[in-house]
Design a protein around this ligand. Structure first.
Ligand SMILES: NC(=O)c1ccc[n+]([C@@H]2O[C@H](COP(=O)([O-])OP(=O)(O)OC[C@H]3O[C@@H](n4cnc5c(N)ncnc54)[C@H](O)[C@@H]3O)[C@@H](O)[C@H]2O)c1
Length: 242
């Protein structure tokens, strides 16, 4: 695949770059914000050469630029970036009408499985208290993590009345509708997500630990291979595992 890589200078961008080369793909453009001459980086619109897919691991503020570029060029895009605002999410939804868009806050198969299990647990224990705890490195920008929100949204599919409470900080009892979401930021932690389901007489804990970031890079490359040649629309990890 010929890949345009957005966020190429970042932690994930560099790992995707290497993983792509190791798997025989060609990164035809390395794009980053604040790129410097001599670093082999460029601005997105500067590259109009051949490409099969755009892989985005940058910042949600790049959403308008990335979606516009992909729609104009008819290129599929893997949006791995997290933290989009409602307006940015709407831009992604709009782009999916014109090109294939693979959007996932977490590119690991394990988290896709975790989300399915969380939804199932919420249905099996409709009255249980559910809380999500996530732990990430101290440089992470978005709070809570996109993955924690992905998990909470999947639980809400089984409990439409659920209300997300992010970082509970006021006195008072929790309500049964609440799904508490709690964020820890420590050291180099790659990413831990835990869903705790407590009925009062038993507690089920579902937990995923990412051992290293190459997991997300491999997932993003698998996602890219999956959407090249697909019809316009929105795809996610469920599209791969189902
Ligand atoms: N989906 C997943 O599985 C997954 C996994 C890990 C990280 N992420 C997300 O990927 C994103 C990047 O993570 P990271 O740890 O590599 O962050 P990072 O801060 O190390 O790298 C981000 C890079 O994007 C660049 N950038 C910022 N704004 C830009 C713009 N407008 N255009 C082009 N480049 C821009 C920055 O200069 C930086 O080099 C974050 O949103 C993170 O939450 C997703």
């Amino acid at each position: 695949m010929r890949i345009v890589l957005n966020g190429a200078k970042g932690r994930m961008g560099r790992i995707v770059d290497k993983a792509a080369a190791d798997s025989g793909h060609d990164v035809v453009a390395r794009v980053d914000f604040g790129y410097a001459e001599g670093e082999g980086l460029r601005a997105l619109n500067e590259y109009q050469g051949p490409a099969d897919v755009v892989v985005d691991f940058s910042n949600h503020a790049a959403t308008a630029q990335v979606t516009e570029y992909c729609v104009k060029r008819g290129l599929p895009v893997v949006v791995a970036t997290t933290g989009q605002t409602k307006e940015e999410q709407a831009m992604i939804d709009e782009a999916a009408k014109a090109v294939p868009v693979f959007l996932s806050a977490n590119m690991s198969l394990g988290v896709a499985l975790l989300a399915d299990l969380a939804k199932k647990a919420a249905a099996v224990f409709p009255d249980a208290d559910i809380e999500i705890a996530e732990k990430h490195h101290n440089q992470k920008l978005d709070v809570p993590s996109g993955t924690a929100l992905l998990l909470a949204r999947r639980i809400k599919e089984a409990r439409p009345e659920a209300e997300f409470v992010i970082g509970r900080h006021e006195n008072g009892k929790r309500t049964q509708k609440e799904i508490g979401i709690h964020s820890l930021r420590l050291g180099n932690e790659v990413g831990i997500h835990e869903i705790i389901i407590a009925t009062g007489s038993e507690t089920v804990t579902l937990k995923h630990e990412a051992e290293n970031r190459s997991l997300f890079a491999q997932g993003a490359l698998a996602a890219a291979a999956f959407i090249v040649g697909k019809a316009p629309g929105m795809y996610d990890m469920r599209s791969i595992i189902e």
